[in-house]
Design a protein around this ligand. Structure first.
Ligand SMILES: [Zn+2]
Length: 274
């Protein structure tokens, strides 16, 4: 795992006790738990973070049917937040034998991965599960709209370091030809965005609060933390690194303000091995 990404996701602000405890996220993990087939007896959560999904799985009333659950995450800080079997590791090199689990789940992880890690992770997910894959990602995320501007070097970057966006078409065929889509649905709150409030919000944010949120480290210049780090190997989202801050700001501002249709926040897909 790239050292910058390890540092980024280990920031304490990500792993507050209440992280992921808002109603939308709690509902999301409940839906995920219900979507897992009842004949699953062992589950690996790849990128389990603070264990919210694993805990929901255990609570869904399937203690009788689930023999074993485990989580993998590279953030030791996140893994301290729950008390189920878990291992600190890299999602692109899972420390488990082939077909070790009936199902592997990977929730809100794939969008964060640089290309090489992403490709290897897809392979690892397929390798460790004997039957099912359950995946969730942001639904048709517009990476520009969740961007923030670095107050030091003025580049724009995605505040969650999301590096790719998924649509129904790209997600559903992701594990072909070994796995076939079994079920899929759009989940989460219906996010609506209107032109005028969005415009005012963005204008206000730029004028009054130009700095990124506390959990952001600029991938171009490192703003947001004190020590320096070699960022030359980091793959950053495509909207980052514009050398002209004025045109970058105007382009993103206009792009963000454009009216968009409402959509569900996440995509959930269940795959079964052919
Ligand atoms: Zn910067």
């Amino acid at each position: 795992m790239n050292p910058f990404l390890r540092e980024y996701y280990n920031q304490p602000v990500f792993w507050r006790d209440d992280y992921g405890s808002d109603e939308a996220n709690l509902e999301r993990v409940r839906v995920v738990a219900e979507a897992l087939p009842q004949d699953v007896r062992s589950v690996l959560d790849v990128g389990c973070a603070n264990g919210k999904a694993l805990l929901a799985l255990v609570r869904r009333g399937s203690q009788e049917t689930l023999d074993f659950v485990a989580g993998v995450d590279f953030s030791e800080r996140a893994l301290r937040k729950f008390d189920l079997p878990r291992v600190c590791g890299d999602c692109s090199s899972l420390p488990f034998a082939d077909d070790s689990f009936d199902a592997a789940i990977c929730l809100e992880v794939l969008e964060h991965l640089p290309q090489e890690t992403f490709s290897r992770t897809l392979g690892e997910l397929q390798r460790v599960t004997s039957r099912y894959l359950l995946i969730s990602v942001p639904n048709a995320e517009d990476l520009r709209r969740s961007g923030v501007m670095c107050p030091k070097c003025f580049c724009w970057f995605n505040s969650s370091l999301h590096m790719r966006s998924f649509h129904e078409g790209t997600l559903y065929a992701l594990f072909e030809p070994l796995f076939v889509l079994s079920a899929a649905r759009l989940i989460g709150p219906l996010d609506r965005q209107y032109w005028l409030p969005l415009l005012l919000r963005e204008l206000g944010r730029f004028l009054l609060e130009p700095a990124p949120p506390a959990a952001c480290i600029c991938p171009q210049c490192g703003y947001g933390r004190n020590k320096s780090i070699n960022l030359s190997t980091l793959e950053v989202p495509s909207e980052s690194g514009n050398s002209n801050p004025t045109s970058s700001f105007l382009k993103n501002w206009v792009f963000r303000a454009w009216p968009k249709t409402a959509k569900r926040r996440w995509l959930l897909a269940l795959y079964e091995r052919r």
